[in-house]
Design a protein around this ligand. Structure first.
Ligand SMILES: *Cc1c(COP(=O)(O)O)cnc(C)c1O
Length: 233
């Protein structure tokens, strides 16, 4: 199957209310153009520098979503153009994004990342930390960020039951947060969960945005030969 065929196949499996973020990290602009020509306009990247270079050399109507772990000193490079930041995992980071968005006169859409996996290595708020942050209410003063929903990653496991239960717990939490703090905000509607190996389970659990990379583009270099073929930041 070609990249375009992979894309078409995945698209045909998505319900109408679920958007596809084509995760193009580590893949060259030629591959992205192939997906672009097949009609995809929403792409996700996990390194600020790499996303910036691609943003500059690819068509302007691409919507760039940042899905990686964000360091505060990198925000300024993407503030002028990024369409959504999926991985807000601290209040401090939200404040920083707000500051840089204000400097360029924008309101940046953000998702709060929740830690739902068993692995220690995945970033994100615990449900309790997230509740505390929302309860405190200071985020309401941040006029240059818009909280649009939640994001999470399930444990990397073959146990489908485990994956399902993690996605369901995030969906339940989403409903609680929506009801408690965002009932009047129709823009708070996104639940970003699901990757190549688990997007079906994520959709069953109420995902509105799946982030799919290898199933479209093929395996990334570093996964096959352990050799990361890009400059680290
Ligand atoms: C890389 C990445 C993806 C896509 O992973 P695939 O398994 O290639 O689909 C999705 N979400 C995040 C946060 C990622 O870093």
């Amino acid at each position: 199957m070609t990249i375009a065929e992979n894309l078409k196949q995945i698209r045909s499996e998505l319900p109408e209310n679920v958007r596809l973020v084509a995760v193009s990290k580590y893949h060259p602009v030629e591959a992205i153009m192939e997906v672009y020509r097949a009609g995809q306009r929403l792409f996700g990247e996990s390194k600020v520098q790499e996303m910036g270079a691609k943003h500059e050399s690819l068509p302007a109507d691409i919507e760039w979503h940042f899905i990686g772990h964000l360091q505060t000193n990198k925000i300024k490079y993407m503030a002028p153009y990024v369409a959504m930041i999926h991985g807000i995992d601290s209040y401090k980071l939200l404040v920083e994004v707000n500051k840089h968005a204000a400097r360029v006169g924008r309101v940046i859409n953000c998702l709060l990342q929740l830690h739902i996996a068993r692995e220690e290595t995945k970033f994100g708020f615990s449900f309790e930390e997230c509740r505390d942050m929302l309860k405190a209410g200071d985020w309401r003063e941040l006029k240059n960020v818009h909280l649009c929903g939640l994001m999470g990653m399930a444990t990397n496991t073959d146990c489908v039951e485990q994956i399902r239960s993690e996605f369901c717990s995030l969906h339940d939490f989403f409903c609680e947060v929506k009801h408690t703090w965002f009932a009047a905000d129709s823009a708070f509607c996104e639940l970003s969960m699901g990757m190549s190996h688990d997007y079906h389970e994520a959709i069953d659990a109420g995902s509105t945005m799946v982030r799919v990379g290898s199933k479209i583009f093929g395996e990334r270099e570093y996964q096959t030969n352990g050799n990361i073929n890009h400059k680290s930041e």
